[in-house]
Write a protein that binds this ligand. Structure first.
Ligand SMILES: C[S@@+](CC[C@H](N)C(=O)[O-])C[C@H]1O[C@@H](n2cnc3c(N)ncnc32)[C@H](O)[C@@H]1O
Length: 267
């Protein structure tokens, strides 16, 4: 396990396995609904890290303030005293909202973890909670014990997994039997619905990011690609079932149907 430090993200053990074959993704710049090839993912990670100073503000504007409600609705699944893991914690925007639980925050980016630690532990300390544990790793290779967590949450990080199946398998492994995975990410009911999302990502989001960052080369330019090649709810529901989850919910979140929520239980 690596702790949050100065290391930059390049490669992790297990990443060059057969499951991560890249050949078929050449035409899409390295993306398909099942994952992202290493070169494209490394570039995506750099763009995600570059969003940090403006991450919360752009999210707020691009979701018309709904991201806060989406986070709240996921946080409700964390009950007092539970052992909780957030996979892809980013700068801590969700992690700082849950209290009364033992919390582990995992992310591949040392910089994301550094920012999250500062932010999340300050809130936890004010709430009387112990510091969270910070783990630098990828979802596809979680350096944590099996059957350990009551809840695993992924807020806007599942879309960035290099290998969705492997990530789900690892999450399934670290969950206790009966434990719950809750994912909140972009919403895509079908290709038609996805088209509107793509247009929004390519226009409104770009405009807002440009206005907020005051930079025409802002990182949201590249981030739209992870939405374009993201799969439908049905695709990921099937994948979760194949991995061994019982999927309780896989639905678009109203009022704008911009995001989806999955609730899946380890059988
Ligand atoms: C958009 S941020 C989400 C931040 C936060 N969870 C939130 O509530 O807004 C996505 C995060 O997923 C992380 N990530 C990317 N690939 C990942 C992977 N394969 N496994 C785990 N996390 C990953 C990125 O480093 C980034 O910090």
């Amino acid at each position: 396990m690596s702790e949050a430090g100065d290391a930059t993200v390049m490669a992790f053990p297990g990443m060059d396995s057969k499951e991560l074959a890249v050949e078929k993704r050449k035409d899409t710049g390295g993306y398909d609904p099942s994952g992202i090839d290493l070169e494209a993912w490394t570039e995506l990670e750099e763009q995600l890290v570059a969003t940090i100073p403006n991450y919360d503000r752009v999210n707020k504007w691009m979701t018309f303030g709904q991201d806060k409600n989406w986070r709240k609705s996921v946080a409700k699944h964390a009950l007092e005293g539970m052992n909780v893991l957030e996979v892809g914690c980013g700068p801590g925007s969700f992690a700082e909202t849950i209290s009364g639980v033992d919390l582990t925050c995992l992310d591949p980016s040392a910089e994301m973890l550094r920012v999250a630690k500062k932010r999340v532990d300050a809130v936890r300390s004010a709430n009387g909670d112990s510091d969270a544990i910070y783990v630098q790793a990828i979802a596809e290779d979680i350096p944590l014990e099996s059957d350990t967590y009551d809840r695993v949450f992924c807020l806007f990080s599942f879309r960035d997994f290099r290998d969705k199946r492997k990530g789900l398998e690892e999450i399934h492994r670290v969950l206790k039997s009966g434990g719950k995975l809750v994912i909140c990410d972009a919403g895509k009911a079908n290709a038609f619905h996805g088209f509107f999302g793509k247009v929004w990502m390519a226009t409104g989001v770009q405009l807002m990011a440009r206005l907020i960052t005051k930079d025409k080369d802002h990182p949201w330019k590249g981030l739209a690609r992870s939405y374009t090649h993201y799969g439908t709810n049905k695709f990921y529901k099937n994948l979760m079932e194949e991995v061994g989850f019982e999927v309780k919910q896989a639905k678009l979140i109203l009022p704008f149907a911009m995001a989806s929520r999955f609730i899946a239980v380890k059988k």
